[in-house]
Design a protein around this ligand. Structure first.
Ligand code: DX5
Ligand code: ZN
Length: 221
C-alpha cells in the first residue's frame, strides 16, 4: 500500500508561500487549509490565493475546506486548480451529490469528519469518495495534540475500505508527527497531513522522508 505525505502550509510562512511550497517538492501533495471563521474559529485564505498557489506549487494541491455551505463553494476550488477537494460532512447538505460534481470537474473528492463525527454513515458510500479525512484534532489550528480516541474510527474505516475494494484513501490530519505516525499507520491511514512537524523542522525534506519511512514500516511489516 502506498503511503502519501501531505505537508500543511498552514504552518508555512504566509509571507513566503511560494518559497515554502518549493521546499516540499518531495511530498505527494501540498495540503491547503481553507477556513472561513464560521465553520472553524480561524480564517486563512480563499479562492484567489488558491488559484495563485496552484500555479506555483511543485506538487498537486489537496485543498481541505473548513467552511460552511460546502455545496456552494467546493466546486469553485476545483476550478481554481486544486487536484483534490475535501469538504466536511458536517458542512454539506448533499455530500454524495457534491462529491459527484467534484469528480465531474476532474478532481479527487474527499469527505472530512470532525473527531466526534461517526464514520458509520459513510461506510456503505465509500465508492462515492476518493478519500475520507479523519480529523485527529478539532479543526481550526495547527500544532494541537493528537486525539488518541480517533484510532478505532480509523480501524473501522480501513476494514470497510478493504471490504469495499474501492481503494478510497484514508487521510489523517492533526497532531501527525514522528511520535504518532507509526500507530496511525497501523490503525489504517495511508495519507498523512503534517503541518507543524514538517515546517517546524530544521530540514523540511528530511522530515518528509523520516515521516514517510515511519509510516511505511508498519504497513510493510
Ligand atoms: C487544522 C488543519 C491541519 C493543520 C494540522 O485544522 O486542518 O491541516 O495544519 O497541523 P498539525 O500537523 O500541526 O497538527
Ligand atoms: Zn487540514
Amino acid at each position: 500500500m502506498a503511503v502519501r505525505i501531505h505537508p500543511s502550509i498552514l504552518s508555512a510562512d504566509f509571507a513566503n508561500l511560494e518559497r515554502d511550497l518549493g521546499a516540499i517538492a518531495t511530498a505527494d501533495y501540498a495540503h491547503v487549509d481553507v477556513m472561513d471563521q464560521h465553520f472553524v474559529p480561524n480564517l486563512t485564505l480563499g479562492l484567489p490565493v488558491v488559484r495563485r498557489l496552484a500555479q506555483v506549487s511543485p506538487v498537486p494541491m489537496d485543498v481541505h475546506l473548513m467552511i460552511e455551505d460546502a455545496d456552494r463553494w467546493a466546486p469553485e476550488y476545483a476550478a481554481a486548480g486544486a487536484s483534490s477537494v475535501t469538504f466536511h460532512a458536517e458542512a454539506a447538505q448533499a455530500p454524495v451529490r457534491l462529491a459527484r460534481e467534484l469528480r465531474e470537474r476532474g478532481v479527487r473528492a474527499g469527505i472530512a469528519l470532525r473527531p466526534a463525527s461517526p464514520v458509520e454513515p459513510l461506510l456503505d458510500l465509500l465508492a462515492e469518495f476518493d478519500m475520507v479525512l479523519v480529523m485527529t484534532v478539532e479543526p481550526g489550528f495547527g500544532g494541537q495534540s493528537f486525539i488518541e480516541g480517533t484510532l478505532p474510527k480509523l480501524r473501522r474505516l480501513r476494514q470497510a475500505v478493504r471490504e469495499s475494494g474501492t481503494g478510497t484513501w484514508i487521510q489523517v490530519d492533526g497532531g501527525v508527527s514522528r511520535d504518532t505516525i507509526g500507530r496511525i499507520a497501523r490503525a489504517g491511514a495511508d495519507t498523512f497531513v503534517a503541518g507543524s512537524a514538517v515546517y517546524g523542522a530544521a530540514d523540511v525534506a528530511a522530515e518528509i522522508a523520516a515521516l514517510r519511512e515511519l509510516a511505511e514500516a508498519p504497513i510493510q511489516a
